[in-house]
Design a protein around this ligand. Structure first.
Ligand code: AMP
Length: 456
């Protein structure tokens, strides 16, 4: 079905043709006519389905109809992260290039004054993260009284990040009569509550099974000892000649450390997380998109929305604590029909998290045998001690081997580790039962105001 059959005007279909899009995606087929008809929307759309164009195209068509150029925005798109804000704004500009409409993006972490100047000049579409938008509202540098269409994109993520109070504050500043479009990958009670208070008789559109992993992504698990993850990862990247890999770690510190280690292994890498300045985040992402660096190491901040054309590899260096985040992370690859590979490095203490993810996916993830790789050297302190007291360490190693023959990979002297291909996770069996405190967050949805940093 061509785009024009959805009722889109030639200015938009031309811009779509320029981008090489010949047919609408399923989410676009469903939401575009509803939005053009002026209805509110509650859409459960998987990441990478083309939902940005799904809401952007009818908004542009609606705004393009009137010829006057008011200064205050008439469409407001709220998104959870700065990267997503920049990306959505780029899409709006690209789809609207044959229309006389202005688009502006505002988010935190960068100077507010240029944004104030730009807002003063006026815009039709405003894309914003909630925190910075409220800063502008407080300083009266933005007028939200003319908003006709409100979009909450990645609404579940915004709630996860603790933005609910900010969102409600923003809504109070909008005129009561407006069209509301809510996009969320998952439906929690909180999302349902927000939808109920926000939407008027919405068209409910569910595109993919909730929490379904992107069909085109091949998922692999390697079971490996924690202290060998880095060596295995470097091996996989080098031996597989991976050109572009997005790696998720659980902590910002972990992301920094892994980035340094990859660099030491000769793999150009950069980190992206909430403690980095916005310019560092933008630079790292740009370098990655342009293939100037091979690996981008990220915390959850990059798990949503980021669109990296034909990204071939995603790695879960550590599994996420919130099971749904797995789906979002791997959704960075295999986008818009392209194929991709998502690799998870799973240590024994993560076996519970893996089970929860498989339950969510309703299928097991295929386990691959760990290839032969050069093991990581032991930590420096151990090394120094070994040199200082060779006798003591020899007898300690012997007694360790006697007591725990089943855990060779974690305890054997480094030279012996993985000297031949290991059977899957023989040496790395889960020890879950002995550690009830581990994985205590498993399977729970993240509460609002959870630990993640706010980005705006
Ligand atoms: P989104 O889910 O909005 O982030 O979009 C995912 C990717 O699909 C982006 O790279 C879009 O540019 C691309 N895309 C959106 N609509 C289409 C389409 N109709 N045909 C091909 N690619 C598309």
């Amino acid at each position: 079905m061509p785009f024009a059959a959805l009722g889109l005007i030639p200015e938009l279909t031309r811009a779509l043709a320029d981008r090489g899009y010949t047919e609408p995606t399923p989410v676009q087929t469903r939401v575009i006519p509803e939005i053009l008809a002026g209805r509110d929307i509650l859409a459960g759309a998987q990441t990478g389905t083309g939902k940005t164009a799904g809401f952007t195209l009818p908004i542009l068509q609606h705004l393009g109809r009137s010829t006057h150029l008011p200064k205050a925005p008439r469409a407001l798109v709220l998104v959870p992260t700065r990267e997503l804000a920049a990306q959505v704004a780029d899409s709006v500009k690209s789809y609207g290039k044959y229309l006389k409409l202005r688009t502006l993006v505002v988010f935190g972490g960068v100077g507010i004054n240029p944004q104030i100047d730009a807002l003063r000049r006026g815009t039709d579409v405003l894309v914003a993260t909630p925190g910075r938008l409220l800063d502008h509202a407080q300083q009266r540098t933005v007028d939200l009284s003319k908003v006709e269409i409100l979009v909450l994109d990645e609404a579940d993520r915004m709630l996860d990040m603790g933005f609910i109070a900010d969102i409600r504050r923003v809504i109070k500043l909008l005129p009561p009569r407006r069209q509301n479009l809510l996009f969320s990958a998952t439906y929690s009670e909180d999302i349902r509550g927000l939808a109920q208070s926000l939407l008027r008789n919405p068209a409910e559109i569910e595109i993919a099974r909730r929490n379904a992993a992107v069909e085109t992504v091949e998922q692999r698990v390697y079971k490996v000892a924690k202290d060998q993850k880095r060596a295995l990862l470097s091996h996989l990247i080098a031996a597989g000649d991976w050109t572009q890999v997005l790696i998720f770690t659980r902590t910002k510190h972990g992301a920094n450390r892994l980035t340094k280690q990859l660099e030491q292994d000769g793999i150009q890498a950069a980190a992206i997380h909430g403690n980095k300045s916005q310019s560092a985040r933008t630079q790292a992402l740009a370098a990655f998109k342009q293939s100037k660096i091979r690996a981008l190491v990220a915390t959850e901040v990059a798990s949503r929305g980021l669109d990296i054309k034909e990204l071939p590899h995603v790695v879960n260096y550590e599994l996420p604590n919130v099971t749904e985040d797995y789906v979002h992370r791997i959704g960075r690859t295999g986008r818009a029909g392209a194929t991709g590979i998502a690799v998870s490095l799973v240590s024994s203490d993560e076996s519970g998290l893996l089970k929860d993810i498989e339950r969510l996916l309703r299928k097991p993830i295929r386990e691959y045998p760990v290839p032969t790789f050069k093991p990581a050297p032991p930590p420096l302190r151990e090394e120094q001690e070994r040199r200082a007291y060779p006798e003591r360490n020899r007898s300690q190693a012997a007694s360790r081997n006697r007591h725990s023959p089943g855990d060779r990979s974690a305890k054997a002297p480094s030279g012996q580790r993985h000297s031949k291909p290991r059977g899957p996770h023989k040496a790395d069996q889960p020890s879950g039962a002995g550690h009830p405190q581990r994985n205590q967050n498993r399977g729970r949805s993240r509460p609002a105001h959870a630990q993640r940093g706010r980005s705006s």
